[in-house]
Design a protein around this ligand. Structure first.
Ligand SMILES: [Zn+2]
Ligand SMILES: [Zn+2]
Ligand SMILES: [Zn+2]
Ligand SMILES: [Zn+2]
Ligand SMILES: [Zn+2]
Ligand SMILES: [Zn+2]
Ligand SMILES: [Zn+2]
Length: 1729
């Protein structure tokens, strides 16, 4: 197809390319009717360029359009070659001081919390870095696309509006200057012409609706071709579209994915090209297929000419956008053209037309013209205003269109409101001139038409469509917020007028909410259906900020405030006209007071939680209280119209409802009510709900007789009977009443007392109490931190945010709390300062029940720790503002005293049910509050004030006849010694003490005499004192004990958390020591220890007894007993890889015998170190397997482990495992017989020219001898099991125990695992021995012994063959020709394989040389090869570093060797004169090999490590050599047998590969290999965001990737979690990350999801987990999901921890643990990430 097109196209192109832009432009300049000329040109050429076939060819189209269509326009515009014209324009143009950069999706944006006028003001990264806000408190977010940089907009920033770059452009700006003066006149005229024609053309064609006609253009195309155009909608899923397309247009899945992706991105895509019928047929299939459940996908058959012109129309708009970039003058002309009214009057300008057609356009077209608007209209200050007016006038229509449109708001023109309304001057102008507030609110109301008979909103029985509309209409509230966000600094009459008009509309809105969703208590049966409640609360929640902002506006102008107050009051009275609603009045009387009220029971009649009008009035009342007028002339305020009982009625009902719900009276009303009550108190709503209800009650009490208030309150709580009838309580308890009712009443009494506490105590809002705003926030923080220390984000969540998303917390937090930095895990915490605890109020109104009891517990504990009494008395409070001052009298009112007295009486008599401790606690708190109040009054006494607050007097008076009840004080004294009130004793004591203090104060001020109290209240009898002393001592002892215990458990917990791994070890140690195994210190003198060879130190092997974790039975590890095994996990690994591009081509044919030194893929074995019987494990494994199979059949769920692949969890620690390693006694002892090995060796080497099979068998070699396998059947079976597992995982092949590669894989895994551990030790700078965790130590020991024993279960001849081939790589012979040269062999792998395969030869050799001698020879040989390898590849640069003058013996020797090498290589090697450098390089290069070898022989032969190697110290190299039986001067090795060795060295150097390397034709690994690290991450996280935002999907041509994800191993950025980058892997579709792990990490991957700021671990296709990122904000917290937006910086320690997990091969294990802990992780479709 492609070839066909290419052949066809050039013919067209040639004709088109002959067009001359210059000539056409010249013709146009002469034309009398320019529009006609241009249109003719377009009509002819556009269809020849665009839409020439089924698939778009954007590059060709762009090229031709530029040449044939745009070129002439540019020539015409410039009047000369645009190549000269445009640069000239650009030069003449003054650079703009506005940045205006339009944000890409995912680009980082910055807002300054100190200086931005509102949070929508943002900067691009470049501007931000050049601004002063860098040093401020800033917030970072990622853009959702759209929107632009506000740098240079002086209205957006309180300070620093320009960055350095844009500052430069402001110098000579005269704002009002007309930019047209910079353009030549004739150009202005031409620009008008061409802009008008092209803009109109584009608008006409895009808004064209006819099918076979074009606007003012001829249809030139003769043969009709059509497109079947598929449009985007937000209803159908990707999968549905893909599936449908495959059916409808018969395409492959890949093509369908391509179509669907484009449709999703651009909003439309043609899916078929051809004649009308052909296209129509596809259309009907698509419609039919998608219309079943939902409305069908939108498909349209379109004439190709129309599609062509539309494509060019879009191109033109983009072109216009770029042309006006050259000059502000051109921009202004375009704006003028766009806003010019057409002949049809209102709404006929091009801009209007586009806006009003917006919802009918497809996504791609909308994007293009929105961008054009942003770069033209919004960048020109004059036209921005005109455009804003057009936008406001069309507002209603645009919003209605948006309601019907199914695209998200970001693709709607309605979304531009944020750009316009947030500009303060524009917002103000639109309010006063266009009455915008009213328009928005009215539009909003128009879209919520569903009302009940009282005209209130009704959301019950909402249809799906209405619900959808309701979601959309919420965006209007956002617009209202934008308009209000910047408050006026001065008020004009006009603004007042229009604001109040808007306020009226707003009240109308609130009126529709007042009393909505009323509820009635359900009795008898439970409700059948949970009523709808969320919609009403959503509305309330969204409006909360707007309501607050309305109040803020009112607060700014006294006139406005008073007007608003009156309006609000009027509306409230309308809502509750004559609040009686026909209910009968009743009279309540108590203690000689009586009041008239209505008969109303919350538990029987309708009640609503929604009272926004009342609450707004409460808010305004507080504001009034703040005004000067309220202090001086309160009589001038419109307070006389208020009827306090009417004001309090509804808020009181609402609070009673909460109390009753709490008392369990509304249980049958279901969860919807519980949820409503929850949100009523929740931080998101409470500011304009619960808080304001309390304010309203405070307002009411302050304006009425408190006795009246209390009686009404008792009546609403349905408690009036109890307190107004004497002895009611007594009767209650004696009568055999329903316990539930008593319980209920008790709770109600508690709740009522709590409410009184709140009414009196909550005075921390400015206007209620004499406080400022910071006092309020401080108090909130103090109470949050009283519960426990909290992280910054937790505190933020607990505090209400204002419209700028600020809590105000940062400004005060330092005063009340100390910050504690986080460790390696966890987060930074704020702790309350000790001096702030005195402000703690147990009955703080924002505590939830749970928080209250936690806080109480915490505070009491603190007091005990400080050895104070545990009373939690009420704190001293700030005084009320004058308007609320009289409120305080409620505490000393008769009814209050009566309530207190009654409850105390119950407590004194404490007989039966009608009483509870928390009731008493609350009464004590109230008494405490009253005493605090009186004390403060006395302390702040000034001459003219008379103290009217005389609580102490009143409580000292005994009750009057006929009761003659004792005084409250007397009762308190009685209770002080009541044994059943031990808990409250401290509080009562505090009250009595305070009472005495007040008494003394009164005496000293002698204002009014206090009635003498009888008795020595504070006197304690000596017996009491004694008791108290004993108690104190006991308490101290208890505290000490407690502290120690707490410390211990804290330490333990901490320890376990921090050192999970260590903890497991300790467990093991406990395990093993319990079974008495490790007597790990064979008494060997510190004489020379040698790990191998004939000189090897002999160690007596200890009996090893271990315990099975499954059956708890002990057993000794012996050759002939049942096998014991270790749980183990084998995985492929690229952690050491030096070449991540190497892949194993065909695992079935791959020969792993030689490991390449790039270590590109190894096999790692790890173990948790837990031991089982082989048969116990087998039984366990079978059971797991059977269970999983049943479970998967039944539930089709995944588990964290893959049973089919042999995976299981360690039964003890749940560590992921996939096989077991047998435990073995040291194997070498078994095989060793004194055999004369050296003969074989020398024979082999000297007869290198002979062929192997013709090799004359040395004396004593008996090939017919079959050695007897010493192991028990059970051990043999386990040897095979583990060997096969290693083979299967390492090569990724099907298990086959016969395969000759099995032993190779075993040796390889042993070598590779030792190498990884050596690297970890080296990186951490730990000594080689004595510092490995037990589990690794055990694992290495078992692994090495296993690998050494494995040959006994393999084919002897195969192993012998391997040995010969391995040896031949160093001792060449002719049979093995194609062996790798020594540059391409990893010497440690070679050593391990040689040593471990050698016994297979040795067992048939009876000549008497020991195995140890053989080992030593092999070791020396490989070491020498490695030395040559290092010398050949070391890139010694002889720098001028200090060197000693005298050359040591080693240096001389190595120089000699090097010279010999030069000779061998024909002088291709660089000349080196310094032996010092050579020796240094050699030592450094060979160290890792020696360290690995030491580990290997240590585990193989069991020789303990010399103590010098267990510490870091000098001479490590010499110690190693000695342990390994090597001469310190390694080159000495070459001097024994020098003749043979010279031949060997020569043969190594003569390889072609070595020659090629020395000639620079190939690369080779040099030594020492550096450890691999994860990539370097930048300190500032926004660098990563920026990097990711510049990254585009590699597969879909420059598109932004949705989930850019960074591989932390190699630094590749990937397009994750997206269809575009899915690939097929082993027959399954996988996402980019999973695909990447297969090449980069052989299945394991560590990624950073940049947008989410989240680390992702992947292993295989089904395993994965998220892990906290190594980035922290200043508060020591991570921000997964980037929700908070605080600046993030790299935490190096945490990153190191991740790196360590990787180096230790613990990623898979980590995933396993995470998945076991959190089952939802198992369900995630990891393979598609
Ligand atoms: Zn910028
Ligand atoms: Zn800037
Ligand atoms: Zn700032
Ligand atoms: Zn067992
Ligand atoms: Zn375990
Ligand atoms: Zn990678
Ligand atoms: Zn992609």
């Amino acid at each position: 197809m492609a070839a066909e097109l290419e052949a066809e196209v050039p013919a067209f192109d040639r004709g088109l390319l002959e067009c001359s832009a210059e000539e056409i432009a010249a013709k146009w300049l002469q034309a009398s009717e320019l529009q006609k000329e241009v249109y003719q040109h377009l009509a002819y050429y556009v269809p020849k360029i665009y839409c020439r076939g089924p698939n778009p060819a954007p590059q060709r189209e762009d090229m031709l359009a530029q040449h044939v269509l745009l070129g002439p326009m540019e020539w015409y515009l410039c009047g000369e070659d645009p190549a000269f014209g445009f640069p000239k324009l650009e030069q003449a143009n003054k650079p703009s001081h506005l940045c205006g950069r339009v944000f890409k999706v995912g680009e980082p944006t910055y807002s300054c919390r100190d200086c931005a006028v509102d949070p929508t003001c943002v900067l691009c990264m470049e501007c931000f870095l050049g601004s002063i806000h860098r040093e401020h408190r800033y917030r970072m977010t990622t853009s959702g696309g759209g929107g632009f940089c506000d740098c240079g907009d002086t209205e957006a920033w309180k300070e620093g509006p320009y960055c350095q770059k844009h500052e430069l452009n402001t110098s000579e700006t005269a704002e009002e200057e007309d930019p047209l003066v910079h353009l030549p006149e004739d150009m202005v005229a031409r620009a008008y012409n061409i802009f008008a024609i092209t803009f109109k053309y584009a608008v006409d064609i895009l808004t064209w609706e006819k099918e076979n006609e074009l606007p003012g253009l001829e249809m030139i195309e003769k043969n009709d071709t059509y497109y079947c155009m598929l449009f985007n909608d937000e209803v159908h899923t990707y999968e549905q579209v893909i599936y449908t397309l495959q059916k409808a247009v018969n395409c492959t899945q890949k093509e369908a994915i391509g179509f669907a992706t484009t449709v999703d991105r651009d909003g439309r895509r043609s899916v078929r090209y051809g004649d009308f019928q052909y296209c129509d047929q596809a259309k009907s299939v698509i419609v039919r297929n998608t219309s079943r459940q939902t409305k069908p996908l939108k498909v349209q058959v379109m004439h190709s000419s129309i599609v062509a012109h539309q494509s060019f129309g879009l191109k033109l708009l983009t072109w216009l956008g770029s042309v006006i970039g050259y000059s502000d003058g051109l921009r202004r002309i375009l704006c003028q053209v766009g806003l010019q009214e057409g002949p049809d009057g209102e709404n006929s300008s091009l801009v209007d037309k586009l806006m009003l057609y917006d919802s009918k356009l497809w996504k791609g077209a909308r994007n293009v013209y929105h961008q054009l608007f942003m770069s033209s209209l919004l960048m020109d200050l004059k036209y921005k205003k005109l455009f804003a007016i057009r936008f406001a006038r069309n507002y209603e229509r645009l919003q209605s269109d948006f309601m019907k449109d199914d695209h998200d708001r970001e693709f709607s023109i309605a979304d531009l409101s944020i750009q316009i309304f947030t500009v303060p001057s524009l917002a103000r102008m639109l309010i006063t001139e266009e009455n915008l507030m009213t328009t928005i609110i009215k539009t909003f109301m128009d879209h919520l038409r569903h009302r009940d008979i009282q005209g209130r909103f009704q959301f019950e029985r909402y249809t799906a469509l209405q619900a959808f509309k309701f979601r959309r209409v919420q965006s209007l509230i956002l617009d209202l917020k934008y308009v209000l966000i910047s408050k006026p600094t001065e008020w004009s009459e006009d603004l007042r007028h229009k604001f109040l008009e808007g306020f009226d509309a707003f009240l109308e809105l609130l009126k529709c909410m007042q009393g909505m969703d009323p509820i009635t208590r359900q009795v008898g049966q439970h409700i059948e259906m949970e009523p709808e409640w969320e919609a009403a609360f959503t509305l309330q929640m969204k409006l909360t900020l707007v309501i607050s902002m309305m109040q803020d506006w009112c607060a700014l102008d006294e006139k406005v405030l008073i007007e608003a107050y009156k309006k609000c009051l009027t509306v409230l009275m309308q809502c509750h006209s004559g609040f009686t609603d026909g209910e009968q009045p009743i009279v309540l009387s108590m203690c000689g007071h009586s009041v008239e009220t209505i008969r109303y029971c919350v538990s029987q009649e309708k009640v609503s939680i929604h009272l926004p009008v009342s609450r707004l009035l409460a808010g305004l009342h507080v504001l009034l209280s703040k005004t000067e007028v309220a202090y001086k002339f309160p009589e001038l305020l419109p307070l006389s119209e208020l009827s306090p009982p009417m004001l309090i009625e509804h808020p009181l009902r609402c609070l009673v409802l909460c109390a009753q719900v709490h008392a369990g009276m509304w249980r049958r009303n279901g969860f919807s009510l519980v949820n409503q009550i929850y949100y009523y108190h929740n931080v998101k709503c409470r500011r304009e709900m619960f808080d304001k209800d309390i304010v309203m009650l405070q307002t009411g009490v302050s304006m009425m007789d408190p006795n009246h208030f209390l009686m009404i309150m008792l009546s609403r709580f349905e408690l009036y009977q109890i307190f107004s009838t004497p002895d009611y309580g007594k009767r209650f308890s004696t009568e055999n009443t329903n316990k539930d009712v008593v319980q209920q009443n008790n709770t109600l009494i508690e709740e009522m007392l709590y409410l009184i506490i709140m009414i009196v105590g909550e005075r921390f809002s400015p206007g209620i109490g004499q406080v400022n705003a910071t006092d309020e926030i401080k108090r909130e923080i103090i109470h949050q931190l009283s519960i426990r220390p909290m992280a910054h984000s937790e505190l933020v969540k607990a505090l209400p945010e204002d419209e700028n998303r600020e809590t105000g917390m940062e400004s005060v937090i330092e005063e009340v709390a100390c910050f504690k930095k986080p460790g390696l895990t966890g987060r930074g915490l704020y702790e309350l300062k000790p001096e702030c605890t005195k402000n703690f109020n147990l009955y703080f109104y924002h505590f939830s029940r749970a928080e209250q009891s936690k806080a109480e517990e915490a505070q009491r504990k603190l007091k005990r720790q400080n050895r104070e009494d545990t009373a939690l008395p009420p704190p001293a409070l700030p005084p009320f503002c004058p308007l609320f001052a009289s409120l305080i009298n409620i505490l000393q009112s008769d009814v209050m005293l009566c309530i207190m007295g009654t409850i105390l009486q119950w407590a004194v008599e404490h007989n039966g049910y009608a009483w509870s401790e928390s009731m008493l606690q609350r009464v004590l708190h109230l008494i405490g509050m009253a005493l605090q109040e009186e004390k403060q009054h006395l302390e702040n006494l000034s001459e003219e004030n008379v103290v009217t607050f005389t609580f102490t007097q009143k409580i000292s008076r005994p009750g009057e006849a006929p009761n003659n009840s004792p005084s409250i004080l007397a009762m308190l004294e009685t209770l002080q010694n009541a044994p059943h009130l031990e808990v409250h004793k401290d509080m009562i004591r505090w009250i009595l003490k305070t009472f005495n203090t007040i008494k003394k104060l009164r005496e000293s001020s002698s204002t009014s005499p206090v009635a003498e109290t009888e008795g020595n209240v504070m006197e304690e009898s000596s017996r009491d004192k004694d008791k108290a002393e004993r108690k104190r001592k006991a308490e101290i002892a208890r505290l000490r004990r407690e502290k120690i215990m707490a410390q211990m458990s804290e330490m333990q917990r901490h320890f376990i958390n921090e050192n999970k791994e260590l903890f497991q070890q300790t467990l093991e140690e406990l395990d093993t020591s319990a079974s008495g195994v490790h007597d790990n210190s064979p008494v060997i003198s510190d004489a020379k220890l040698t790990a191998l060879g004939p000189e090897q130190t002999r160690v007596a092997e200890h009996r090893q007894v271990v315990m099975c974790i499954l059956c708890q039975e002990e057993q000794e590890v012996k050759v002939d007993s049942r096998a014991m095994v270790l749980a183990a996990f084998i995985q492929r690994s690229t952690v050491l890889s030096k070449n991540r591009n190497r892949i194993i081509p065909d695992p079935e044919k791959y020969d792993p015998l030689f490991m390449h030194p790039d270590l590109s893929c190894g096999t790692h074995t790890g173990s948790c170190g837990h031991i089982m019987h082989a048969h116990c494990w087998q039984r366990y494994f079978d059971a797991v397997q059977a269970k999983e199979q049943r479970r998967q059949q039944r539930l089709r769920v995944h588990t964290s482990y893959d049973v089919e692949n042999g995976e299981f969890l360690c039964p003890l620690c749940e560590c992921l495992s996939n096989t077991v390693i047998p435990l073995l006694p040291p194997p070498r002892v078994l095989f060793n017989r004194s055999v004369c090995f050296i003969n074989v060796f020398t024979k082999c080497t000297s007869s290198s020219s002979e062929k192997m099979d013709q090799l004359q068998l040395p004396e004593g070699f008996r090939p017919d001898y079959k050695p007897k396998n010493p192991y028990s059947e059970s051990i043999k079976e386990m040897l095979t099991t583990f060997g096969t597992a290693t083979y299967k995982v390492g090569l990724k092949v099907h298990p086959n125990e016969e395969d000759p590669r099995v032993p190779i894989m075993c040796w390889g895994s042993c070598a590779y695992t030792i190498q990884t551990i050596e690297r970890i030790l080296a990186d951490e700078d730990k000594p080689l021995f004595g510092h490995l965790p037990c589990r690794q130590d055990d694992c290495l020991k078992s692994l090495t012994r296993f690998a050494a024993a494995h040959w006994t279960v393999s084919s002897l001849s195969a192993v012998q063959g391997h040995f010969c081939t391995l040896l031949a790589s160093l001792v060449p012979n002719e049979k093995n020709e194609n062996l790798p040269c020594i540059l391409d062999i990893d010497m440690f792998h070679l050593l391990v394989s040689l040593v471990l395969s050698f016994p297979a030869i040795h067992c048939q050799d009876f000549s008497g040389v020991s195995l140890g001698t053989g080992d030593l020879h092999l070791f020396h040989l490989v070491t020498m090869a490695h030395i040559i390898q290092i010398l050949l590849t070391s890139s010694t640069e002889e720098n001028g570093m200090d060197q000693e003058d005298t050359s040591s013996e080693e240096e001389v020797a190595v120089l000699t060797l090097y010279k010999f090498l030069c000779q061998c290589t024909g002088s291709a090697l660089k000349e080196v004169s310094s032996g010092w450098h050579l020796w240094r390089n050699l030592k450094a290069g060979i160290m890792p090999f020696l360290r690995c070898s030491a580990l290997f022989f240590h585990y193989l032969n069991g020789v303990p490590a010399p103590s010098e190697l267990q510490v870091n110290g000098a001479n490590q190299f010499e110690r190693l050599c000695s342990y390994l039986s090597l001469p310190n001067n390694l080159t000495c090795l070459f001097q024994e047998n020098s003749e043979i060795l010279n031949t060997l060295v020569e043969s190594w150097c003569s390889s072609n590969e070595v020659k090629r390397y020395l000639e620079g034709k190939r690369h080779a690994i040099s030594y020492a290999r550096e450890s691999n690290k994860l990539i370097d991450l930048p300190d500032d996280y926004s660098c990563l965001i920026n990097q990711a935002s510049n990254f585009s999907c590699p597969k879909s041509g420059g598109d932004k990737s949705r989930a850019p994800t960074l591989c932390l191993v190699c630094g590749t950025m990937l397009c994750s979690q997206s269809y575009c980058c899915q690939t097929e892997l082993e027959g399954e579709d996988v996402g980019a990350c999973t695909a990447h792990t297969y090449t980069c990490g052989s299945g394991v991957g560590i990624f950073l999801r940049v947008r989410e700021c989240q680390v992702l671990f992947l292993a295989g296709k089904t395993k994965g987990c998220f892990y906290p990122p190594p980035y922290l904000d200043d508060y020591g917290e991570t921000d997964q999901g980037l929700r908070r937006g605080n600046p993030l910086h790299l935490c190096k320690e945490r990153f190191k921890k991740i790196q360590k997990l990787w180096q230790q091969h613990s990623i898979t294990e980590e995933i396993g643990h995470a998945q076991e802990a959190n089952q939802t992780l198992v369900g995630i479709d990891w393979q598609h990430l």
